[in-house]
Write a protein that binds this ligand. Structure first.
Ligand code: FAD
Length: 358
């Protein structure tokens, strides 16, 4: 098939793909965004029903147009989906969907981006595929013999299906805390975490974390010792439902079990618990399989980057996968800064004048 020629192709139409689209448009570059999902919103439509952002709407905004305020300050899943849908429309971003990119291959004239039914040839490619499609479930002995239900947080929607059951919630991050908070009201829950979970003080939300991360970045850039504490998104933000669970005494945790049995788990002290279901809140890996033909993936499935640009393939940028692709770039608040810099770098690499941000 004859590839469609574009100067820039962005793979992924979630918040990261939209943010870079905004700046590519401002730079006057010809580009297209290819998105595997059938609807706007990236990973957000797949999140659980009660998911709340860590920050108020005005702090959860993409470049150009702030997220409209929502009642109760902290936007929920559907608020974010509505915002991203409207954002895409507002800026008439050229998102083509559903297009699943299966491979990116190096050619002398550019990078060949292969979809299932069509192909694109681009001088620059931005991979912004997020991590929602690569949930991580750790291996435990006896796991195959366990007869209960196992579910990753990526597939969790609502607590009702677990009413009255004995449920292990595994993982001490924000997903684990938020899911435990609501499940503990209808099920007999046990929170299993590697170490004692660290709950941030009530007044610390996404805004504070972002301000701290920014202060640390500045200090690092200026060669100073950072003044801000090193707390990151790995710690648990005490959003109102998590606070309520803490006040009910429902946030007690215990260290991991040794192995599964058909009806439950065995703990390090030899005691046993019967278990109906396990919810793995154990994180995600970047979804980068489509980059394998470029030979840029390392053993951990990541790509070596400098300022977001792949070291082994100068026509490729990675965006939105976490701090390694730009400070706080996996958040709505943090993506603007990184997307602006990446768009400038792309413009420069294509011999265009990189215009300034918004
Ligand atoms: P995604 O949203 O995953 O979008 C990637 C898009 O790429 C998807 O549409 C996907 O279909 C598409 N895609 C994937 N592979 C391919 C392919 N091969 N070809 C074509 N398309 C492809 N973030 C915040 O900003 N603020 C918060 O308060 C916040 N709270 C959170 C709370 C919890 C409990 C959790 C779990 C997450 C939270 N996040 C928050 C993080 C946020 O959900 C993600 O970081 C964000 O969705 C990443 O955006 P993205 O555009 O990079 O990736």
């Amino acid at each position: 098939m004859t590839p469609v020629r574009r100067r820039v192709v962005v793979i992924g139409g979630g918040q990261s793909g939209l943010a870079i689209g905004y700046f590519l448009r401002r730079a006057g570059l010809d580009f297209e965004i290819l998105d595997a999902s059938g609807r706007p919103g990236g990973a957000w439509p797949a999140a659980w029903d009660s998911l709340r952002l860590f920050s108020p709407a005005q702090w959860s905004s993409l470049p150009g147009w702030p997220m409209p305020p929502v009642p109760g300050a902290y936007p929920g899943r559907d608020d974010v989906v509505a915002y991203l849908t409207a954002y895409e429309r507002r800026y008439a971003l050229p998102v083509r969907r559903p297009v699943e990119v299966v491979a990116v291959e190096a050619r002398a004239e550019g990078l060949l981006v292969r979809g299932t039914d069509a192909a694109w040839l681009a001088q620059a490619v931005v991979s912004a595929t997020g991590s929602w499609r690569r949930p991580v479930i750790p291996a435990y002995p006896g796991q195959e013999s366990f007869r209960g239900r196992q579910l990753h947080s990526a597939g969790y929607r609502a607590p009702e299906a677990f009413a009255g059951q004995r449920v292990l919630v595994v993982g001490g991050g924000n997903s684990g805390a938020q899911i435990l908070a609501e499940l503990s009201q209808v099920a007999m829950t046990t929170w299993v975490t590697e170490t004692e979970p660290r709950l941030l003080p009530d007044e610390v939300d996404g805004r504070v974390l972002f301000a701290r991360a920014t202060a640390r970045l500045r200090a690092q850039q200026e060669g100073r010792a950072p003044e801000a504490p090193a707390s990151g998104l790995g710690e648990v933000v005490a959003v109102p439902p998590v606070r309520a669970a803490r006040d009910r005494g429902a946030l007690r945790s215990r260290r991991p079990f040794l192995r599964f049995e058909p009806d439950g788990v065995v703990w390090p002290d030899g005691s046993r618990s019967a278990v109906d279901a396990v919810i793995w809140c154990t994180g995600f890996r970047p979804a980068l399989d489509h980059l394998a033909p470029l030979g840029v993936l390392d053993a951990a499935g990541r790509v070596a980057v400098r300022e977001g640009r792949a070291v082994g393939e100068p026509r490729l940028w990675l965006l939105g996968y976490g701090d390694w692709t730009g400070l706080a770039s996996a958040t709505l608040a943090g993506i603007t800064r990184t997307a602006r810099e990446v768009a400038k770098d792309i413009a420069r690499s294509l011999g265009e004048d990189p215009r300034d941000g918004p």
